[in-house]
Write a new protein. Structure first.
Length: 82
């Protein structure tokens, strides 16, 4: 059964974060660090700082959307993730 991940990347040089979801976390991180993603290629290199696993793409997408809103931002800050 395929698993899906919601993940957060950080670029320490520019203090940028990137939020995403994928079914292959290792490949996606490699894609980001190889310049294959439009936004992230401007801020190389990226490090994975957080991830969660889900059974469906819909769950992973909902969690990514949550992290991108103010409630998710506060949740991440309270746990010292970002």
């Amino acid at each position: 059964m395929t698993k899906f991940y919601t993940y957060i990347l950080k670029n320490k040089i520019h203090n940028k974060h990137y939020y995403g979801h994928t079914s292959n976390l290792d490949k996606r991180l490699n894609d980001h660090n190889s310049g294959l993603s439009t936004f992230t290629k401007k801020y190389l290199p990226w490090a994975l700082i957080y991830s969660e696993v889900f059974n469906t793409r819909d769950e992973a997408m909902k969690r990514e959307k949550y992290f991108k809103n103010i409630a998710g931002y506060h949740w991440l800050k309270e746990r010292n993730i970002i």
